[in-house]
Design a protein around this ligand. Structure first.
Ligand SMILES: Nc1nc2c(ncn2[C@@H]2O[C@H](COP(=O)(O)OP(=O)(O)OP(=O)(O)O)[C@@H](O)[C@H]2O)c(=O)[nH]1
Ligand SMILES: [Mg+2]
Length: 435
């Protein structure tokens, strides 16, 4: 079933494989073969043995290799709802099909060379996208914006690896003059590119997992009130007692196209209360992990800077916001009121701009974006390249050749040129059945 279950106008049952045309023939009563490729026709779907009428709809025909999976594919487009699509599906099974596994269509497409792993990942990211920006990013990768830099890297690594491998057949004084230096400088270049690729991991992570935005400040600064205001819901407890919030509370919300994990934290202060102290420790930890911190300062604390954030958190990008501006205006500063809603739009804009510039800062270095899986593989490649560089210094050509081969293999993994069954299973299990 290629469409989501439930009530809906249209449901699509998709069949892929060498028997697809035979199954379409059995259900539609019309002979389906490759001459219908790229066309569709209207048909009444019938159960193959009993000839009971199941639905009325369209049959779309795609002949391999020019289909999504690269195999012969037919799609039955019938009415949605609980019963008709299920009966069409059962008719396909009765005609000799079996149920697809999660992501099996895309997996076959990959195995048949219709798309590389980067694009397969983009497919699932597009299906999972919760915001327009995430969808734009997945679409760009699906359409191939991303694989280029990896292809170049892979080619460079293979080239370098084979040059060093070749050198193993010669003794040191048979090698051309300056050979070691040439290899070293190519290796340094490659290492630099891999490191830059790694530094672009952030935008992709922000889009897929959501940006961690932490509300921080002194007790009673109005963090919980602001959390509720940004969520448009009465989600967390608010009171005039200092130290109301202890546990950090996270909620998903979209801000300016970014999926955001917004976290309310305990007010930062020294306290003898063990529970509150634990809350403050958690808040501090979250702040240090945040992509962006919103440091909230109440009018009564403004004079002494609203409590400076803990030193371990000073590297985190921070937006300073003055709260409760309905009580007291702070000229020139970004000021909000959770009570009246004043300044909330400006704060949303500031958060979105902050995230955009974080992402842009990374992206401008290479123009590519890296998924978590690719990041692991790139880190492995970087390690191997560093080891190869160390071996060159000795020089130990055998170790250098080995490490270069590992690096090339790792980079090949990014593209799916080298892959394991475990990797495929992990990737395609993220898909829904029918994709
Ligand atoms: N007038 C006014 N009062 C506010 C505003 N925001 C919060 N308050 C009040 O300030 C007090 C503290 O608000 P909270 O949102 O609980 O503050 P907090 O930062 O979460 O405090 P802790 O959880 O104790 O760290 C409450 O009495 C709120 O009603 C605001 O925009 N305007
Ligand atoms: Mg609170």
């Amino acid at each position: 079933m290629a469409t989501a279950p439930g009530r809906g106008g249209v449901a699509v049952v998709r069949v892929s494989g060498p028997a697809a045309f035979r199954i379409a023939t059995a259900l539609s009563g019309r002979r389906v073969d490759a001459s219908l490729a790229g066309r569709f026709f209207h048909a009444t779907f019938r159960a193959p043995k009993t000839q009971v009428r199941l639905d009325d709809g369209l049959v779309l025909v795609f002949a391999g290799p020019r289909s999504y999976t690269g195999e012969d594919v037919v799609e039955f487009q019938g009415h949605g709802g609980a019963v008709a699509p299920r009966r069409v599906l059962e008719a396909c099974l009765a005609a000799g099909a079996r149920l697809a596994q999660r992501g099996e269509f895309t997996q076959r497409a990959f195995l048949n060379g219709r798309l590389d792993l980067g694009r397969a990942e983009a497919v699932i990211d597009l299906v999972d996208a919760r915001t327009e920006r995430a969808a734009d990013d997945a679409t760009a990768r699906l359409l191939g914006a991303q694989t280029r830099p990896f292809e170049d890297l892979y080619a460079a690594a293979i080239d370098l690896s084979s040059r060093v491998e070749h050198a193993l057949d010669f003794s040191e004084d048979e090698l051309p003059a300056g050979f070691g230096d040439t290899v070293r400088s190519a290796l340094v270049d490659l290492l630099g590119t891999v490191s830059r690729q790694l530094s672009t991991a952030r935008e992709g992570r922000l889009l897929r997992e959501g940006a961690l935005v932490v509300l921080a400040g002194l007790p009673n600064a109005g963090k919980s009130s602001l959390m509720n205001a940004l969520l448009g819901a009465d989600r967390v407890l608010v009171s005039n007692e200092a130290g109301t919030t202890r546990d950090s509370i996270e909620e998903g919300v979209e801000i300016g196209g970014w999926p955001v994990r917004l976290v309310d934290t305990a007010g930062l202060r020294e306290t003898a209360n063990t529970i509150e102290r634990e809350g403050v420790a958690r808040a501090t930890e979250l702040i240090s992990k945040a992509d962006l911190v919103v440091h909230l300062i109440a009018p009564e604390d403004a004079a002494d800077g609203g409590g400076i954030l803990p030193p371990e958190t000073c590297a985190v990008p921070t937006i300073v916001v003055h709260s409760k501006c309905d009580l007291q205006a702070t000229p020139g500063a970004l000021a909000v009121s959770a009570k009246t809603g004043e300044g909330l739009e400006a704060l949303r804009t500031a958060i979105a701009d902050g995230l955009t510039s974080l992402a842009a800062k990374d992206a401008e270095e290479t123009g590519a974006d890296v998924t978590t899986r690719q990041k692991e593989v790139l880190m492995r490649a970087r390690e191997a390249l560093e080891a190869a560089l160390a071996a060159l210094a000795l020089p130990d050509w055998v170790v250098a050749a080995n490490e270069l081969r590992v690096a090339a293999e790792s980079l090949g993994r990014v593209l799916g040129k080298v892959y394991s069954d475990d990797l495929l299973d992990a990737l395609f299990s993220r898909f829904c059945i029918g994709k």
